[in-house]
Structures are given as C-alpha cells and as structure tokens.
Design a protein around this ligand. Structure first.
Ligand code: UD1
Length: 368
C-alpha cells in the first residue's frame, strides 16, 4: 500500500490539504499527517481542523514562531527525524509557506520524492519570502500540481520536465465548494449588524498581514486612514491576523470607524466573504476565493502570483497605494465593480485529480 505523508503548518495550508486527504483516503492509500506547528493559535489552526473535518495530525512538530531561519531550521530538524522514522513513498507539501520549503528540502535530501500542491505560481518578486519558497520547492519536487495554465508556463520556462507537471485546478476552491452550503445557517451577518429586516447592508471585508504592508509603520498608518475613509461609505469588517495585531498594538493609530475583530473560523469568514460588496486584501488565497465567488477584490500589492484572478476574475491590483485603494473602493461601492469568470478546472475536483495522478504514478513503480 502506498504511504503518503502530508506536511502542513500555516492557516492557508489547511484548506488545501483537506480535499487531497479525502480523495486519497478513498483510494485506500496509507496517509500520515504532519503539522509543523508554524501556526498554533486555536483560531489560526485547530478551528480549521474541526470545521474542515481534517483528522488530528499524527505528528505535531510544535515549532511555533521565530525568524525565518529559526522557524525553517526547526521544521527541518523535526521533519528529518519524522521522515527517517516513517519512510513514506511520497511527501506532499502545500502552497508557499516556510513549512512547505523546509519539508521539501529535508525529503529531497533523504531521497523521498516530493509532490507540490499549488506549484508554478510566481510573483516575480524575490522580496517576498513566499516567492523564494515557491522557487525552491518547485525545483525539488517530482510531481508538480498546478492550479492554472500560468503555473505550467512558468515551470516549463524554468526547465522543469513537463512530464512532472500536472494542471489539476485549485484545491482551495474544492474546499470552498464543499463548505459553502454550511455557511447558510450561520448568523454572522446578523451578529455584525449587517443583515436584518431591511435586508443585507453593503459592507467591506478586509484582511492585511503581508510584512510589506503591516511591518512598515507609515504604510500601515496610511492604509488604516484609507480604510477609515472607506468606512464612511460602508461598514468595514477587519479580522486581524496576529502579525497585524502585534503591529497595531505597537502603534498608537487612530482607527475609530473600523471593526477590528479576531481571526475568524473558515466558515464564519466564508459567510462574510460571499456576501461582501467589496473585499480588500493582501492574501493570496482570498484573491482566488473572491474570483470564484464573483465578489470584487482589491489587492493591496504591487504584484500577484495569481494573475488569473486579474485576467479572468474579479481581482484588481491597487498596489501599495492607499490613495488608489480609496479611489477604487469608492468606484466599486458606487456600483462600478469589475465582473469576472471562474478559471478552468476551479470546479471542486482538484483533489480527486491529484489522487488519480499519484495513484497512477505509483502504479508505474517508485516515484522518481
Ligand atoms: C505565514 C506565511 C504566509 C501566509 C500566512 C497566512 C510564511 C513565510 N508566511 O505568514 O505566506 O500568507 O502565514 O497566515 O510562511 N502568530 C501568532 N499565532 C499563530 C501564528 C503566528 O501569534 O498561530 C504570530 C507570531 O507573532 C508570528 C507572526 O504571527 O511571529 C507571524 O507568523 P508566521 O508564521 O511567521 O508568518 P505569517 O505572517 O503568519
């Protein structure tokens, strides 16, 4: 029986592993789930396991926070021990976080083949830690599962053997499709006073956590000011990531009109996302989710590794430019939102395609 070891660590990994675990589970594969512990707060980690029905991890490395070197190194030390003990046939890694690259490095050096789910994404911006993680992980992987055509193009341009590259669609959308009906019964909109007898109030949903936005105090201050201006037109709900919370606590910002709340569960966030008049974000996954849902999204970054969300979807890059953010937000709230379409293979079945490819690859002998 083939033995697959999945490595996850940070919040965006959890919605990606869930459909792959389910699909491989139904093939009868033996599976081991490793949580590196990169994210450890209940509302950044455990809540997602519970809501998405992900089994408890078989191993938790408990690495926690640290500088990039400390965090990556601690994951590597824990992973080495774990892989020597468990000797899987394939390690599957997800996305572009430090846990992804650390696990790929260790597995490769132990000659355990690596599969990368969400391969081929490129922002072209090497100041983003995630871009470094993507490049290294893809270079080491034997099986590269891409969410969109641009992923294949990048990998082929970088000289990756096309036989290793498989366009499977978007696993994060698998989870969204599966979980969407479960948001119907939630009362989050009522809790935030966004819905009642008079129907749904247009509102803006915000997430910001990139170091380039929140670790730069003047930038953070200007973004908060732009959001406060937007809040004069529509309520702004801002679930605050721990990194952002720490920066906000360090400063003495005035932000009277913003509704800053703790990070939300997957379902609660999705319930807001699907009904928002506008989403403002610097997240990668949320650019994809808004495109799928047809909700207008303004991305506070100069580039994106998910260009299909701009070319086909509802996403607009406003740059790290608070004035442009304000201008574009008022346009959307004034009824001039961009319309989009759903990219090919973002259909809820990417996990099944991955399971099929892994099973077939394995049927031909050990994965090279
Ligand atoms: C990481 C990923 C990023 C992803 C994001 C989603 C890397 C390089 N970055 O960024 O790509 O978009 O996750 O959330 O892997 N903290 C807590 N509790 C937690 C987790 C973090 O308080 O459960 C705080 C700590 O102070 C920590 C900081 O948040 O130092 C940042 O966490 P870290 O995992 O280093 O990076 P993220 O900014 O979350």
């Amino acid at each position: 029986m083939v033995h697959i070891l999945h490595v996850v660590g940070a919040r965006p990994n959890f919605m990606k592993v869930a459909p792959v675990l389910r699909a491989l589970g139904s093939t009868g594969a033996r599976q081991t789930l490793v949580h590196t512990g990169q994210h450890y707060d209940g509302n950044m980690s455990e809540a997602f396991f519970v809501q998405l029905g992900i089994p408890d991890p078989d191993v938790n490395l408990g690495v926690g926070s640290g500088t990039h070197a400390v965090q990556t190194a601690q994951i590597m030390v824990g992973m080495e021990q774990c892989l020597i003990e468990r000797r899987p046939d394939l390690v599957l890694v997800y996305g572009d976080v430090n846990s992804t690259v650390a696990a790929a490095l260790v597995a490769s050096k132990l000659h355990v083949p690596v599969g990368h789910v969400e391969a081929g994404l490129r922002s072209g911006d090497l100041t983003m830690p995630e871009e470094i993680n993507r490049l290294v992980t893809d270079r080491l992987a034997s099986l590269l599962f891409t969410p969109s055509e641009d992923g294949n193009e990048h990998l082929l341009r970088e000289g990756i053997d096309p036989a290793r590259v498989h366009m499977v669609g978007n696993v994060m959308i698998d989870t969204l499709v599966r979980m969407l009906p479960a948001t119907d019964s939630l009362s989050v909109l009522e809790q935030y006073g966004l819905s009642g007898n008079g129907g749904l109030k247009p509102f803006v949903l915000v997430t910001l956590h990139r170091p380039s936005n929140v670790d730069d105090p003047p930038m953070l201050e200007q973004l908060l000011a732009a959001l406060a201006d937007i809040a004069e037109r529509a309520p702004v709900i801002f679930p605050v990531h721990p990194r952002t919370r720490a920066r906000l606590d360090e400063g003495r910002w005035s932000r009277p009109h913003l509704r800053l709340v703790d990070p939300l569960g997957y379902l609660e966030f999705l319930a807001l996302l699907r009904r928002a008049a506008l989403v403002v974000t610097d997240s990668g996954g949320i650019q994809e989710e808004t495109t799928y849902l047809g909700v207008p999204c303004l991305t506070v970054r100069d580039n994106t590794e998910r260009p299909v969300t701009v070319s086909l979807g509802t996403n607009t890059l406003v740059g790290r430019n608070p004035e442009r953010l304000h201008f574009e937000a008022l346009r959307v709230l004034g009824g001039q939102a961009k319309r989009g379409t759903v990219p090919p293979l973002w259909d809820g079945r990417a996990g099944e395609r991955i399971a099929g490819i892994v099973t077939r690859a394995r049927a031909c002998g050990p994965i090279p």
